[in-house]
Design a protein around this ligand. Structure first.
Ligand SMILES: Nc1nc2c(ncn2[C@@H]2O[C@H](COP(=O)(O)OP(=O)(O)OP(=O)(O)O)[C@@H](O)[C@H]2O)c(=O)[nH]1
Ligand SMILES: [Mg+2]
Length: 292
């Protein structure tokens, strides 16, 4: 475990270890806009428990790509489904899967050994864990907000019947932290406003890599250059600073906010049929190229 991780994340790791023996099922929540890039694959893999992969924020992701991700995880033997965690109707399918997996033994017979079945929801910060739990429970039992690090303490939330869900703070492992610049695009790391230039540049490069160039004029240019692109965007939007120069910072923030809030329509930044590891690794090298 990284000794530099924030206290509540270290606590979350300890809680996973502590509660694992009494947990029957893990719901691994990943962001549908970047499924593998937001997945605690190694960590969850080592826990040796039945697990379901749920793709959160699928309302913000490209539906075709989400289908491909589901097929990919299913072909790897995983139970997987896509959700809008804010919608009770959307999480119903997950509630059914949880019951199927948690209450039916491997040979297909109903499990009766213990009455209460416990489910742990694991995922990176701000992926939608508490929102999902609230929708499953049908009430606002867990605190939520659109910033990473909202859940600080661990709590069991009782669902109707014999299910209990564990809401944990978000977890980040070494592999994901190494790709911090990529995670900032989906608003997962605290202190994200420090280098908007890098974020804007990375977002545009990923939009190009995933063939989302129709979103903004200039992205499709064969000799795409971020500095020229963002200057043109600021001019077009009439973002100016004193003296009449284009406001590049405002332009960058505007693009990032629009992407994060779904303002460009559904967009997926990682394709299931291609390995994005190299592209993501390179994103951290874009760091701090220019002062805005
Ligand atoms: N559009 C959309 N927004 C979602 C979805 N799930 C969660 N959100 C939003 O994402 C933000 C973060 O949700 P939380 O449930 O607090 O996330 P968390 O994983 O519990 O975050 P931490 O406790 O900080 O680790 C909130 O603004 C939610 O409304 C979803 O499926 N679609
Ligand atoms: Mg939470």
């Amino acid at each position: 475990m990284n000794k530099d991780l924030p206290g509540h994340i270290k606590k979350a790791f300890r809680s996973v270890e502590r509660y694992l023996p009494v947990v029957d099922l893990i719901v691994e929540l990943v962001d549908a806009r970047m499924p593998n890039g937001s997945r605690l694959r190694d960590f969850v893999g080592k826990l040796s428990k039945d697990s379901v992969i749920a793709l959160s924020k699928s309302d913000l992701a490209d539906k075709n790509e989400t289908e491909k991700w589901i097929k990919r995880y299913q072909s790897e033997g995983k139970v997987c489904l896509a959700l809008d965690c804010r919608s009770r109707a959307s999480v119903k399918a997950l509630a059914k899967k949880i019951r199927d997996v948690a209450f039916v033994s491997k040979d297909g017979r109903a499990v009766q050994m213990r009455k209460v079945r416990r489910v742990m929801v694991i995922g990176i910060p701000n992926v939608g864990k508490s929102t999902l739990i609230n929708s499953l429970a049908g009430r606002s039992a867990a605190k939520t907000a659109n910033k990473p690090g909202v859940t600080r303490s661990i709590q069991w939330i009782k669902l109707s019947g014999e299910l209990e869900l564990l809401d944990l703070p978000g977890i980040l492992d070494f592999g994901l932290l190494r790709r911090g610049e990529v995670l900032k695009l989906i608003n997962t790391l605290p202190g994200q406003d420090d280098d908007t230039y890098t974020k804007g540049k990375n977002l545009c490069e990923l939009l190009i890599s995933t063939h989302n160039t129709h979103i903004l004029p200039g992205l499709e240019d064969a000799d795409f250059n971020y500095d020229t692109f963002i200057e043109n965007y600021a001019k077009k939007m009439n973002f100016v600073i004193k003296g009449g120069n284009p406001d590049l910072q405002r332009a960058t923030n505007d693009i990032i906010k629009r992407f994060q809030s779904g303002g460009f329509g559904p967009v997926t930044l990682e394709h299931a049929e291609r390995d994005f590891s190299e592209i993501f690794d390179k994103m951290n090298e874009n760091e701090g190229s220019e002062d805005l």
